[in-house]
Design a protein around this ligand. Structure first.
Ligand SMILES: *Cc1c(COP(=O)(O)O)cnc(C)c1O
Length: 504
């Protein structure tokens, strides 16, 4: 039943309650809330919003038709275009309605977007989105769950199921628990935050309560750490300078374990964090994880493994041994929006010390979670409210299983070997490193320098057939082609190589 209320009068009454210090004010807030609801109900919904609500089937059908057209056109669309600055407009007072907004987007913005979802975008390490992952991502928005706590929905359990599937895929046992975060940078940040709490525990201080100043100098040792590790250390108050580089093996991006041992010994019993790398971005090199784990019997350190995309080695018979010791680490970072081929943004963090994780991230000590005793995700990750990121991964894993995801990895490895073979046959090009997995790092055979490589990268980009990013490996400028898209097939390698040759 609807009834009209004088909301101003009600507000006045509430103010009087507060003024008199009455504890009725809270209960009155609830009543006032209901009255305000009534006030909203009695006002008509914005006309355009109402139109889109009534025509939700049209909104979805139009979007779906546009999505099909976009995905079907991926192969023909230029992979990238030189970004042209687009004039930024003012916030509209009156809306256009969805159909007109979509036309506006198609005209003003879509033409400048890259085909990064497609098979010949080889910049950075950029996966695409499998059909089921994309559908799962849409459904995530349709359901709009907030899996932060388990009092109103089973969504957190879907996240737990998905995390356990992925743990199994990477050979990570139940000794670890995990959660979804927005990307590998955030996953590294969470792993290092738990490591920082562990350092405090070693010294009898609680960093999450007393702050990082209570600890003194933080020692972080790593060989070829990803740039995001430095960023994480900056965010954590440890500082970028906390990272002490350890020498690499000759001609490799893998850490020299003897040098690591010497640096640990030099700490004279002080605890440290070691960041091991499983899959470096230039040459997909792996630290000897088993040998690093072995050092734990003699030195006190927290072992964090950045296996952002290298973790997917677990899916292949020929490379699985490289990540067999993942389970022996204290925390692990795995990216999902790269080689799992789910849409941005998605990654996993795993740790064996959920107790320390809760100490760092708990949002309200008096209520830690479900009757099952499992801490709610709100106490485990940097965010409080968050999207049900697990759903896209759940759909992809349900739809294609381990075998489907193994096929993606294997085809990408085959594509990388094929491109490497053609580069080796081309006298004007030279490999900068042997191709270990899915990244081909190469350069110009005669005198590559920054200007020549940047010129080459720009010509290649502007031709629109393939996108690769420049890099520097051991002081030499070169290019990297990183294969991690589910759509890439051998025919694409032909087009990629022809585009490279034409841009020389
Ligand atoms: C990509 C990557 C990261 C950072 O990942 P984001 O998802 O971009 O935050 C960290 N480490 C490695 C090894 C990576 O390849």
């Amino acid at each position: 039943m609807l009834f009209r209320v004088d909301v101003d009068a009600a507000r006045q009454i509430r103010t009087d309650f507060i003024f008199r210090g009455s504890n009725c004010a809270c209960r009155f807030d609830a009543i006032l809330g209901m009255m305000q609801m009534d006030e909203i109900w009695s006002t008509a919904m914005d006309e355009i919003l109402k139109h889109d609500l009534d025509c939700i089937d049209r909104v979805i059908a139009t979007t779906s038709a546009y999505a099909v057209e976009t995905l079907r056109g991926l192969d023909e669309k230029p992979v990238t275009k030189r970004p042209v600055p687009t004039e930024l407009r003012q916030l509209p007072e009156a809306g256009l309605g969805f159909e007109a907004a979509l036309k506006n987007f198609q005209a003003r913005w879509a033409p400048g977007f890259s085909a990064s979802a497609g098979p010949r975008y080889l910049g950075f390490v950029t996966g695409g989105a499998t059909p089921a992952a994309m559908a799962g991502d849409w459904i995530t928005s349709v359901m709009d769950q907030n899996p932060t706590a388990s009092i109103d929905s089973t969504a957190p359990d879907l996240e737990r199921e998905t995390v356990s599937w992925l743990a199994e895929m990477f050979g990570i046992s139940k000794a670890h628990t995990g959660s979804f975060v927005s990307g590998a940078t955030m996953s590294n940040m969470v792993g290092l935050a738990i490591g920082r709490e562990w350092l405090g525990e070693q010294s009898g201080v609680c960093i999450s309560e007393e702050g990082v100043g209570a600890l003194g100098r933080i020692h972080v040792l790593s060989g070829a750490a990803h740039s995001s590790v430095y960023k994480a250390l900056s965010m954590l108050g440890a500082g970028r300078q906390a990272l002490q580089s350890v020498s690499l093996l000759p001609g490799r991006e893998a850490v020299d374990v003897n040098a690591l041992e010497a640096q640990l010994a030099a700490l004279d019993g002080d605890p440290a964090i070691v960041v091991a790398n499983a899959g470096t971005v230039n040459t997909v090199d792996f630290d000897d994880l088993a040998a690093i784990v072995e050092l734990k019997s003699r030195y006190r350190f927290w072992l964090h493994v950045d296996a952002a995309f290298g973790g997917f080695a677990a899916l292949t018979a020929q490379h699985a041994s490289l990540v067999r010791s993942l389970d022996d680490s204290d925390s692990v970072c795995i990216d999902c929006h790269k080689w799992l081929n789910v849409p941005y943004d998605s990654a996993l963090q795993f740790t064996k010390r959920q107790d320390l994780q809760v100490r760092v991230f708990q949002n309200n000590a008096s209520y830690l979670g479900a009757p099952t005793g499992l801490p709610d995700f709100v106490h485990l990750t940097p965010e409080n409210s968050r999207r049900l990121r697990a759903l896209a991964a759940w759909f992809s894993l349900s739809s294609y299983g381990r075998a489907g995801h193994r096929d993606i990895v294997q085809r990408n490895l085959d594509a990388a070997s094929e491109l490497a073979r053609r580069i080796e046959e081309e006298p004007r090009l030279a490999l900068l490193a042997p191709v270990r997995m899915n990244v081909v790092c190469f350069t110009l055979a005669d005198g590559p320098d920054e200007a020549r490589i940047q010129g080459f990268a720009t010509r290649l980009r502007d031709a629109g057939q393939a996108f690769l990013t420049p890099t520097v490996l051991r002081g030499t400028w070169g290019m990297r082609a990183a294969f991690s898209n589910w759509r890439t097939v051998v025919d694409d390698v032909t087009r990629i190589f022809e585009a490279i040759a034409a841009a020389l």
